[in-house]
Ligand binder design. Structure first.
Ligand SMILES: Cc1cc2nc3c(=O)[nH]c(=O)nc-3n(C[C@H](O)[C@H](O)[C@H](O)COP(=O)(O)OP(=O)(O)OC[C@H]3O[C@@H](n4cnc5c(N)ncnc54)[C@H](O)[C@@H]3O)c2cc1C
Length: 418
């Protein structure tokens, strides 16, 4: 089953790979492997992308990635996105940056935040209120400025997974609708997966089953500790104004540990009063616009017991979204809401995904634990594909190993969203 031809590291390259889970990570991995001539079977029990990957806000959020491995992975991904936008079917890729608008109260935090992020290598500048309103015409006069993060971008998540899957199929990948019941292990090696219609075999199995990864690993006796988040979105009717960038409001700052450690940070200057009433709901305060003029508003976050919790928006989640955004950006208040939805995404205790082989089970690779998988998806898929191919990596991937305590032993709670 193994070719004698080999990767540049001299390792044997698999001729066939089963990828379990056709979200952004699985679909992009399928594309990268199929391009290298690997016979890929991408298996999902649902339509491709209908897990978290088609439900997200589509923010390629560079500004919220903490320095180090997170940011390196996001930067790799960002480079790949520019290429994918040229190669794939249109997925509404908008590379105009993101704006974090702010009011007088947040001023003590802004300069320190921007200095820190520039030192991390992120291109950004502080703009005045008028420029902020040019980028996002919905903002009120009370907005005194904004941070324009130039490398951020956004896209249409469902179109992205559809485009990745279509490209993978064009390169020869098979997409199969089947529930993977468990991994098939023979002679201490993962040799395939079991589905209701029988066993499928391959040289390698890549597990990219998002929030459901832990269930499949547990059946093979492998621990995988993650928390589960219900994240929610709302869509309005189309509006005439055009937003040039994706926008974030100031409550965003509260969700990231590296921001909370900055001088000038204080919960009281970033949290809206409604957030004190519902402290168990986090809020990535965001507004972006689709090509058809509709606004997407989000994104409240609640921790739930497991991946099969209802993904549907909650009263608290929507109350916070509409309450905080409606107060910060009053021009939103009377735009009709046409649709709401939610999804479940995993969060590891150290905020990093797992992109790794598994020493205890050769033949198995894991690409999971993504809380911000739209941002790092192509980068994670590149790493995973290169692991399967036995090729040298473009970035240091030591921090993403499966066998780290945050994954195998778990942590009481996640340190930060990012
Ligand atoms: C509302 C919301 C907003 C978000 N906003 C952003 C954002 O703006 N930016 C960002 O970077 N991230 C965002 N995220 C997070 C992002 O969506 C996820 O990190 C990402 O989609 C994870 O991708 P994935 O491929 O790992 O998992 P998923 O997309 O969940 O894919 C897993 C797939 O595995 C399949 N599967 C599971 N078990 C099995 C099995 N046993 N057999 C067969 N198939 C199986 C599922 O059907 C599913 O299709 C958001 C998430 C949500 C819910």
């Amino acid at each position: 089953m193994w070719t004698t031809t080999s990767s540049s590291t001299g390792a044997k390259q698999p001729t066939s790979t089963i990828i379990v889970g056709a979200g952004i990570i699985g679909a992009a991995t399928a594309l990268f492997l199929a391009r290298e001539g690997v016979q890929v079977t991408l298996v999902d029990r649902d339509q491709a992308g209908r897990g978290a990957s088609s439900r997200n806000a589509g923010y390629i959020s560079m500004i919220t990635r903490s320095g180090g491995p997170q940011l390196e992975l996001a930067q790799l991904s960002r480079t790949l996105y520019s290429r994918l936008a040229e190669e794939l079917n249109d997925f509404e890729f908008r590379a105009n940056g993101a704006l974090v608008y702010y009011y007088e109260e947040q001023l003590p935090l802004i300069e320190g935040f921007v200095e820190r992020r520039q030192a991390d290598g992120l291109p950004m500048e502080i703009v005045d209120g008028d420029r902020a309103r040019e980028l996002c015409p919905l903002l009120p006069e009370e907005v005194i400025g904004g941070i324009h993060s130039k490398s951020d971008c956004y896209l249409h998540p469902e179109k992205l997974v559809d485009a990745l899957t279509a490209a993978a199929v064009k390169e020869g990948a098979d997409v199969v609708r089947a529930d993977v019941l468990d991994l098939v292990v023979e002679g201490g090696r993962c040799v395939g997966v079991r589905t209701p219609s029988g066993v499928r075999r391959a040289d390698a199995v890549a597990l990219t089953a998002g929030s459901w990864t832990a269930e499949l690993l547990a059946k093979a006796g492998l621990p995988f500790h993650v928390l589960h988040m219900r994240m929610q979105m709302a869509e309005t009717a189309p509006i005439e104004e055009r937003l040039d960038t994706a926008a974030y409001g100031p409550s965003l700052f509260h969700e990231y540990a590296f921001v909370r450690e900055l001088p000038g940070y204080d919960d009281d200057i970033v949290l809206h009063p409604l957030q004190h009433i519902m402290p168990e709901v986090g809020l990535l305060e965001l507004i972006c616009q689709r090509a058809d003029g509709r606004l997407w508003l989000g994104c409240p976050i609640e921790f739930v017991d497991g991946p099969d919790a209802s993904p549907n928006p909650t009263v608290a989640g929507m109350a916070q979204t509409f309450g905080v955004l409606g107060d910060h950006v009053p021009s939103l208040q009377h735009i009709p809401v046409e649709r709401t939805w939610g999804g479940i995404a995993p969060q590891t205790g150290d905020g990093l995904p797992v992109l790794s082989d598994v020493a205890a089970l050769p033949g198995l690779y894991v690409g999971s634990g993504h809380a911000y998988g739209a941002t790092v998806g192509p980068g994670s898929a590149r790493v995973l594909a290169d692991l399967v191919l036995g090729r040298p990596q473009e970035i240091d991937i030591a921090a993403f190993r499966y066998d780290r305590p945050a994954i195998t032993e778990g942590m009481a709670r996640a340190v930060s969203l990012g």
